[in-house]
Design a protein around this ligand. Sequence first.
Ligand code: SN0
Length: 323
Amino acid sequence: MVHFTSVKDAGSLDKAVEEAFWIKKNRFADSDLGKNRTALLIFFNSSLRTRLSTQKAAENLGMKVIVLDVQQGAWNLETRKGVIMDGDKPEHLLEAIPVMGCYADIIGVRSFARFENKEDDYQEVILNQFIRYAGKPVISLEAATRHPLQSFADHITIEEFKTREKPRIVLTWAPHPRALPQAVPNSFAEWMIAAGYHVTITHPKGYELDEPFTRGAEIVYDQKEAFRGADFIYAKNWAAFRDPVYGKILNTDRSWMVDNNKMRLTDNAFFMHCLPVRRNMIVSDEVLDGPRSLVIPQAANREIAAQVVIKRILNEISKTERP
Ligand code: SN0
């Protein structure tokens, strides 16, 4: 594995989960693997879990970690190509990326969809510039269209809690006051389908996701119908994908919130969310604080997912460096 940006970079998912379970029990078994190596984590957007869990995972493997929050203290970075830089952005990504590559063995990047230009977002312009110009392995810490470390952690969590071979997973849209990216639902759907689970997606009309991510899932517009028989409910808000309303909020229908009444329609399902979650918008307190909520185990598995990915990359680096 050279870069990690989607489920495709995980290879066999059975093996990835098996490796995750092993690492969970043997977190410090490879604490020399990353000796004298540096992970640079770059954030264009806020973070709590991703920042902490990725740093922790890299440190478990003996790496040194530098975190750069672009909003706080770094030069404001120009990302558009071919512009005259007479505005408020003193440095271009085209120099910043190879410079960062000089100081790091692995680069993690968080860069959300900007909702300014759908093509730029869906072509992953920023992430791909890192891949092209850093000269080092790149890990997506949530890019414009995917959040693969989250989906991997979600997969590990489902494997820990499932009671049948192929559980019924329901991804439900839920209301939110702001327009949020499609990265988490895209990536979750894509990963769960690749894992071979039975996947249903429910959302109000108009919130259809980009089809390549959801191919293989059943789309049900009636949320209650979708919840029947579910083993896992995964809630998430996202803004519209389709033109001409890309990145817009179409509907804030509060009746889509996940509450105990809806959870009763399921097969005693677990509740999942990637966090941060807006209480009593996305999900009621009673569900989030209830016995079937998995949001904390999911977050705990972020460290494990990141450690599997970083370990594989470190192994790859040592292989290629060997004479
Ligand atoms: C991000 C998202 O992609 O939806 C990160 C999720 C891991 N979430 C937010 O930006 C939430 C912001 C808010 O105002 O609640």
